[in-house]
Design a protein around this ligand. Structure first.
Ligand SMILES: [Zn+2]
Length: 260
């Protein structure tokens, strides 16, 4: 089972994996009945969550019900506790929408909610984030997580997010970051998927961001305010919501909260 999961997660893009795995995991969830862990996204409780990880397997990573990962549960808690996302009238653009969020965000009566993606069949609008098909100052909120590392012209995409946001608008733009790197590592001559995996950690990544990630967002025009949600939670909450522990968290476990 572990080998099958490992092969699937390595070679099948997550957006497709989410569609096929949903039905299988519904059945798996029956074997995880309990109440030690609680997913803040779907509110289901389990004995434990499913393991996940391409190279290093993490215990209690995937919610068997909604498929949220630690980072999704963290973003949900941030939205709930630190923003007016669930109550204010907001026009929202959500790029590369995560499966665990889509249905729940769509149901929120306060949101005018649009999803966009280059190829995902789950999205409302097929779009290239290097050229977003909306006018400037259109959205109150832009959410785009774990996507910019796939795009060669990432600065152009960040500038597009900035352009379509209204003045005073905000966004969450999280990306994987290797905090051992001060400077982002990228090389556009590396195009072979196996080579990209070797250099950037995944077959479809075009770079590995370093600690200068925030500088890129700033360069695109944003005021960047990184938020450490894990530090604000109690040990009991971190454990119950199955989040990355503050002892092991790194720069990529922060929320990259941006403002225009
Ligand atoms: Zn869940």
């Amino acid at each position: 089972m572990k080998t099958i999961i490992s092969i699937l997660t390595r070679f099948v893009p997550r957006r497709y994996l989410q569609r096929i795995s949903h039905f299988i995991l519904r059945i798996v969830a029956i074997f995880y009945i309990g109440n030690k862990k609680e997913c803040p996204v779907c509110h289901h409780k389990f004995r434990k969550l499913l393991p996940y990880g391409r190279i290093v397997k993490r215990k209690n990573a995937i919610c068997p019900s909604c498929l949220s990962l630690e980072r999704h549960r963290l973003i949900w808690l941030f939205l709930e506790r630190d923003t007016d996302f669930f109550s204010a009238e907001l026009k929202v653009l959500h790029i590369a929408p995560e499966y665990c969020f889509i249905k729940r965000f769509k149901k929120l009566p306060n949101l005018d909610y649009t999803t966009g993606d280059l190829e995902s069949p789950l999205a409302d609008v097929k779009m290239d984030i290097r050229e977003i098909p909306f006018g400037e100052n259109t959205f109150d909120v832009v959410i785009c997580n774990h996507t910019l590392e796939h795009v060669i012209e990432d600065l152009q995409s960040m500038q597009e997010f900035h352009r379509v946001l209204k003045p005073g608008g905000w966004g969450i733009l999280n990306s994987p970051i290797n905090e051992k790197r001060d400077v982002t590592y990228e090389d556009t001559s590396i195009t072979d998927p196996a080579e990209r995996e070797k250099h950037f950690g995944q077959r479809d990544h075009v770079r590995e961001y370093g600690l200068d990630y925030t500088d890129r967002l700033t360069q695109a025009g944003f005021k960047v305010n990184t938020r450490d949600v894990i530090a604000e939670l109690s040990d009991e909450e971190t454990d119950r919501f199955a989040l990355i522990h503050y002892d092991t968290q790194t720069a990529e476990d922060l929320i990259y909260f941006v403002n225009k």
